[in-house]
Each structure stands twice: as structure tokens, then as C-alpha cells.
Design a protein around this ligand. Structure first.
Ligand code: UFG
Length: 339
């Protein structure tokens, strides 16, 4: 049995589907602070299998320990549960440290106590800051975090590293996600931001659907070919599959080190304006947008070197930008029609 913390969230739910498709039994825990229990029904609709579910906040240490007592079959943990809004983290840093670091400590302590020692962690390309050399490899230096959120990812990686040094039986992989976008091809699960979206693609799809009057593009005076920022946008199902191969690597003892990390991206840099143009092309819609000033804290450009994940995990992004943006649009339309 694989425990997925935050398994009803955006990346978590897609990963549960892929884990089940790969034959794993899955237990989800979530405090539903940023997701909905209905996602469990939707996962069951897609896979035909209902994952186990426990409503649990990982900040509650006692209940976290009880979970491992109740489910002695847990053999590995994929840890998604965390707060993830960069701007909010600047306003509420203590909440971010408590949620993201406190929960990590509780889950690791419970794993240690119950001898469940396989761990996959959601990290982020945010640990690289603005790299001098592109694409970034796993050897690129980590830069001081720009936000409390980013800092929680740095600190989490360090905590996992220290624990791995102290306990050689503990086997961990951190996946450094680039920008996850898109949705499951069924249109049943996808990204569902609370309130006004911070991220580009949900803002694009909500604007196209008429929920927002227009998209603001944050800056066209960057040192990039069209002046807008560049990111590496990774399809969420491709990203979910990276977790499955990471889990298999750990369970099959194929890892070369007891703490490894991998960049999970496409290896391709795409600008904000390219996202808009591609979205318009695949949907045949005109998007209302305007270019405004830069957003504070944005980095200019980043994309991943993915050869380590390609070679070691045998994983490669499969889905192109066109189909990924179409899947995001399909999800937005499906969701709005039924809710
Ligand atoms: N953007 C816009 N308009 C919007 C939203 C975004 O122009 O309304 C632009 C941003 O300026 C940026 C690009 O779209 O250039 C992507 O922005 P996102 O907010 O979607 O993503 P970020 O790259 O800023 O942040 C993502 C994750 C964070 C993570 C970070 C790591 O959301 O969790 O990558 O670099 F920390």
C-alpha cells in the first residue's frame, strides 16, 4: 500500500490515478484545506478502484502515528501535502513553516517509528532561483529562496538529507517539479485553485471561460526572445508518472543513493506569450489579455536538464504543449458545466 499525503490535491490526485493504474493499492490522507472529497469519487470513476481515504491533518502528530498503526501495510509514502501559494507564504510565513515543515517532521517520525522507509518528496525548481546557466541540472547550485514557500522546499530537502545520512535504511527521492499544467484526459480531475488563480494556465482557462475579464501578462521587457518570462511547463500526468517510477525504483532497491533528486520537466523553455498563442491555436478562441508590469519575485527564465531522470528513472515527458493546454481547457469546461 502506498500512502499519498495531499492525495486529493492537483498533483496528488493525478498521481493516485497513475499509482492505481500501475497496480498499487493507495491510501490517501488529506485535510481537504485546498481540495474536495468529491475527488475520491472522480478517481474511482477513472480507475474503477476506490482509494482508501482518511481525513487527517499531518500537523496532528498523534493522529499521524495512529495512521501507521491502523494501516501496517503502508510500504512507501508520497508526500504532497503542503501549502503552495508563493504570495500567501510572504503574508503568512509562520503558517507556511508550520504546515510544510511541521507536517514533514511528523510524517518522517511516524515512518521511522513504524519502519516504513521509502519516501518520495514533492520538491520544486524554486530551489534553483534564477540560474546563471541554463538548462539547470541537479548539480546546479541551490540559491537562497525568494519566499517562505520556496524556503520550506529548501529546508525540507535538507531535513530529508540529514535523516537519510543518519538512517541508511531510509530511502528517499525528491522530485523537483518545474511548472505542472494540464489535466487528466478524462476531464474528471484537474487543477482547481481557490479563488483568483495565481498560476498562469488556470488564469488562462478561467479567462477563456468568461470567469475573469482578462489575463494580465506580467512583463514583456525580460531578456528573452519575446520579452515574456520562460518556464518549463510539464504535463501533470507525465509528472504523476514520474512518481510511479520513483516509487518502483525505491521498492525495487534500484536507487544508487539513499537520497536522490531529479528534475521533472520537459527540457523545453516556453514563454508566457507562447502559452497564450498556443492556447488560442488549439482552442480556436481569442484570449483577452494585456501586458502589464513585472510581478515581484518572478524569475526571468528557467528550464530543466532532464537527462538524469531520463536515464536513471527511465522517465521522459510524453505529452506536448498543445495536448496539455487542450486538456486544461477540457477540464475547465467539464468542471464548470457540472458545478
Ligand atoms: N503569469 C502571468 N500572468 C498570470 C500568472 C502568471 O503573466 O496571471 C506569468 C508569470 O509571470 C510567470 C509565468 O506566467 O512568468 C508562470 O507563472 P506561474 O505563477 O504559473 O508559475 P511560477 O513559475 O511563478 O511558479 C511556479 C509554481 C511555484 C513554484 C515556482 C518555482 O507555481 O509553486 O514555479 O519557480 F515555486
Amino acid at each position: 500500500m502506498i500512502l499519498t499525503t495531499g492525495g486529493t490535491g492537483y498533483i496528488g490526485s493525478h498521481t493516485v490515478v497513475e499509482l492505481q493504474k500501475a497496480g498499487f493499492e493507495v491510501l490517501i490522507i488529506d485535510n481537504l484545506s485546498n481540495s474536495n472529497a468529491e475527488i475520491i469519487d472522480r478517481i474511482e470513476q477513472i480507475t474503477g478502484i476506490r482509494p482508501f481515504f482518511e481525513l487527517l491533518d499531518l500537523k496532528n502528530k498523534e493522529k499521524t502515528f495512529d495512521l501507521f498503526k491502523k494501516y501496517p501495510k503502508i510500504e512507501a509514502v508520497v508526500h504532497f501535502a503542503a501549502s503552495k501559494a508563493v504570495g500567501e507564504s510572504v503574508q503568512k510565513p509562520l503558517m507556511y513553516y508550520e504546515n510544510n515543515i511541521g507536517s514533514l517532521l511528523n510524517i518522517l517520525q511516524a515512518m521511522e517509528k513504524y519502519h516504513c522507509l521509502h519516501f518520495v518528496f514533492s520538491s520544486s525548481c524554486t530551489v534553483y532561483g534564477q540560474p546563471d546557466i541554463l538548462p539547470v541540472t541537479e548539480k546546479s547550485i541551490r540559491q537562497p529562496a525568494e519566499s517562505p514557500y520556496g524556503n520550506t522546499k529548501m529546508i525540507s530537502e535538507d531535513i530529508i538529507k540529514d535523516f537519510a545520512v543518519s538512517n541508511k535504511s531510509f530511502q528517499a527521492i525528491a522530485l523537483r517539479y518545474f511548472n505542472p499544467i494540464g489535466a487528466h484526459e478524462s476531464g474528471l480531475i484537474g487543477e482547481l485553485p481557490n479563488g483568483i488563480p495565481n498560476n498562469l494556465v488556470p488564469f488562462v482557462t478561467q479567462t477563456a471561460f468568461g470567469l475573469r475579464p482578462k489575463l494580465s501578462i506580467f512583463g514583456n521587457d525580460y531578456n528573452t526572445p519575446d520579452g515574456s518570462c520562460i518556464r518549463d511547463y510539464i504535463n501533470v500526468v507525465d509528472l504523476a508518472q514520474a512518481h510511479v517510477v520513483a516509487i518502483k525504483r525505491l521498492l525495487d532497491n534500484k536507487n544508487k543513493n539513499n537520497f536522490e533528486f531529479f528534475n521533472i520537466g520537459t527540457g523545453k523553455g516556453i514563454s508566457v506569450l507562447e502559452i497564450v498563442k498556443t492556447f488560442e491555436k488549439v482552442t480556436d478562441l481569442k484570449l483577452n489579455y494585456e501586458i502589464i508590469g513585472r510581478r515581484i519575485g518572478d524569475i526571468e527564465k528557467i528550464w530543466a536538464e532532464t537527462s538524469l531522470a531520463n536515464e536513471e528513472l527511465g522517465w521522459k515527458a510524453q505529452r506536448n504543449l498543445e495536448e496539455t493546454l487542450l486538456s486544461a481547457w477540457n477540464w475547465e469546461c467539464n468542471y464548470r458545466k457540472t458545478n
